[in-house]
Design a protein around this ligand. Structure first.
Ligand SMILES: C[S@@+](CC[C@H](N)C(=O)[O-])C[C@H]1O[C@@H](n2cnc3c(N)ncnc32)[C@H](O)[C@@H]1O
Length: 242
């Protein structure tokens, strides 16, 4: 039987913004995420998604697997799939989820989901939407609409407004990044210059508008909170039954 935790270990050729921003040490990610209060936000995202036994749940941008663990804890009867382009993050996730055969990991991108049309019941993403440029967000949402079953639910947790994703260390990391010459200042189409760490500020209304434009119904904010990294919201939507 194939190992459900086995993924492809070759790094995909396309660029992406990793969990700690360009060049940040992934080894610190889990500690930082814990300190910044992501665990509670993850639990609220899982609650908002409304998991049930027998469902297939896909997390896009699963990173080191913390939300996957929260989902599997909340609903052990669901098949939980985590997708991320980062082989290093997936290796950490694989290690942390090795005793949970219901969790499967895949290397891939939000805008090219390796799933059949209508094959997924819930799509969740946590603190990954701001890693995408505006056109990448639209492409992700088109793919989410394709893979979700009619009546399936999308729930997106992300920062609202300009985040401080590394808490009080954010200005220091930005400074170090600029010193290393990574400050390219791309404009990703929302009128914002991309932050030097590759972060594109989100806005709750913009997230909702993008989701609605992608053809979802019942687009609504279902939760919000604030942690050391800034304010966040959870936006939820339903794939129409057509
Ligand atoms: C801040 S981390 C969040 C990880 C996890 N969801 C959590 O809450 O701990 C954002 C993740 O999005 C992933 N990511 C970036 N670009 C992506 C893309 N185009 N498709 C899928 N995932 C992507 C990164 O590799 C990173 O692991």
């Amino acid at each position: 039987m194939p190992d459900p935790h086995a993924g492809h270990d070759a790094r995909p050729a396309r660029p992406f913004v990793p969990a700690m921003g360009q060049g940040g040490p992934l080894a610190f990610y889990d500690a930082m995420s814990l300190l910044l209060g992501a665990r509670r936000a993850h639990e609220r995202l899982v609650a908002a998604a409304g998991l049930a036994a027998g469902q297939t749940v896909l997390e896009i941008g699963c990173g080191t697997g913390n939300l996957l663990l929260a989902a599997a804890r909340a609903e052990p009867g669901a098949a939980v799939v985590g997708l991320d382009p980062d082989a290093g993050a997936l290796a950490r996730a694989r290690h942390k989820t090795r005793r949970l055969p219901a969790i499967r990991l895949e290397q891939g991108y939000a805008d090219e989901l390796p799933h059949a049309d209508g094959s997924v019941d819930r799509v969740v993403s946590a603190f990954m939407f701001h890693h995408l440029p505006a056109d990448g967000k639209r492409a992700m949402l088109a793919e989410v609409r394709r893979v979700l079953a009619p009546g399936g639910v999308l729930a997106v947790l992300d920062f609202d407004g300009a985040p401080r994703p590394f808490g009080p260390l954010t200005p220091l990391l930005r400074f170090a990044h600029r010193r290393r010459g990574h400050d390219h200042g791309h404009d990703h189409g929302h009128g914002h210059d991309a932050e030097p760490l590759g972060i594109v500020p989100n806005d709750r209304a913009v997230i909702r508008e993008l989701i609605a434009d992608a053809g979802f119904d019942e687009v609504a904010q279902v939760d919000e909170g604030r942690g050391h990294a800034g304010a966040w919201t959870i936006q939820r939507a339903v794939r129409p039954r057509d």
